[in-house]
Design a binder for this molecule. Structure first.
Ligand SMILES: *Cc1c(COP(=O)(O)O)cnc(C)c1O
Length: 374
């Protein structure tokens, strides 16, 4: 049985805006830095296959992912350019990753040993990117001890690992240029201990780093959030919005003073009000924290969310908006007749970041891409 993806609630993704955000980053860092779009977590929730189809037209170096399964999915989609798994792999995934020809971030002597042993077993070379920990603390060789682990790296290269890249990950580029410079200095210090061949790809900055300090773009930039329309950081250029979220009005109710709405009955009508129930809830990835806090757009007007958001339904107060009927479309993220709610507005109201809002949009919401085949 076919259902219309716009029956209930859905996500719209603007392919053109994604591509324009990629060109903006390119213009900011200049022609010498290659682009490594990070497409982990289903391209930040937008949909991997479509995102990759669009991003391939921006001529990237390759793609960055966090897991082996994501890398394999890229190959299944026909991606032939390099695929870099940036996060440390669980040991049990190493052999399959090498066999599939993934380029692998390595963060420890143990990881070097695992990848070289796997390469030997499967009979093919492994391409590695050395991650240096300059303060993120979650992965990478300790920058202070480059002299100590240099010899593990040399050993790995001696037994056939190909040293393709070196990188570090910034922890505060979204708010603080000073820490970026400190991490850059630490990274350079580590590299200076390693006698790095010219062929090694050096990549440091994420979206925020690229916008804040484009002179640190080095050989390549690893960017995600800005491409997908999320703000990279305070005081930085805003991206063009890429994602919008919509839901249908499925119930309209006249409320009277004292009537309550939602679990916990946390909202009570003070007088005669009109309420609309929208067919979307936290089961779709709308943060429950928006209850009694956020708002939506209907017919170009703002309607406050009242009561707690439930799994499948969100109720809004439409007392100030005329002529709303069943089946009308509410916009939870996006614009409607000049009014706008950005991903980051929602993130702020939900005490989180745009990344979590985007990646949290659940599989129940169909992704409808606009401008993909134009
Ligand atoms: C996710 C990720 C990025 C991209 O960061 P954005 O802030 O989304 O641009 C870059 N590098 C690594 C290692 C990552 O995990």
């Amino acid at each position: 049985m076919l259902t219309n993806p716009r029956d209930r609630a859905w996500v719209e993704v603007q392919a053109g805006a994604l591509l324009r955000n990629a060109s903006t980053l390119r213009q900011v860092v200049g022609p010498d830095a290659l682009l490594i779009p990070m497409v982990k977590a289903d391209a930040y929730g937008l949909g991997l296959s479509e995102a990759v189809r669009i991003l391939e037209t921006a001529d990237p170096w390759g793609f960055g992912v966090a897991t082996l399964a994501e890398g394999l999915e890229l190959r299944r989609l026909g991606v032939v350019s390099p695929v870099l798994v940036v996060s440390p792999l669980p040991p049990a995934s190493t052999e399959a990753a090498v066999e599939a020809g993934m380029q692998l971030g390595v963060s420890s002597p143990e990881a070097l040993r695992l990848v070289t042993e796997a390469a030997e077993r499967v009979g093919r070379a492994v391409d590695i990117h050395v991650e240096v920990d300059t303060g993120i603390g979650r992965a990478g060789f300790d920058w202070k001890d480059a002299r100590g682990w240099k010899h593990d790296l040399d050993n790995a290269i001696n037994v056939g690992a190909r040293w393709v890249g070196a990188y570090t990950h910034l922890h505060s580029a979204d708010e603080d240029p000073q820490t970026v410079l400190q991490q850059w200095g630490r990274f350079q210090e580590a590299l200076s201990e390693l006698s790095v061949p010219d062929s090694v790809l050096i990549h440091v900055v994420n979206s925020a780093g690229a916008l804040r300090l484009p002179e640190l773009a080095a050989s390549a930039i690893r960017t995600g959030i800005f491409l997908y329309g999320g703000r990279a950081g305070t005081g930085l250029q805003a991206p063009e919005p890429v994602v919008s979220v919509h839901a249908r009005v499925v119930h309209i109710r006249q409320a009277h003073a004292g009537d309550t709405v939602g679990y916990g009955a946390t909202y009570q009508a003070e007088a005669k009000e009109q309420w609309a129930s929208l067919a979307i809830g936290y089961g779709d990835g709308i943060p429950r924290l928006l209850g009694n806090r956020g708002s939506v757009l209907i017919r170009g007007c703002r309607a406050p969310i009242i009561g707690r958001i439930s799994m499948d339904i969100t109720v809004v107060n439409i007392s100030d908006i005329a002529n709303i009927s069943l089946g009308d479309v509410a916009t939870l993220i996006g614009s409607d007749k000049g009014e706008q709610i950005t991903v980051d507005d929602v993130a702020e109201q939900a005490d989180t970041i745009g990344y979590e809002i985007l990646t949290g949009l659940s599989a129940r919401l169909p992704r409808i891409w606009r401008g993909l085949d134009e």
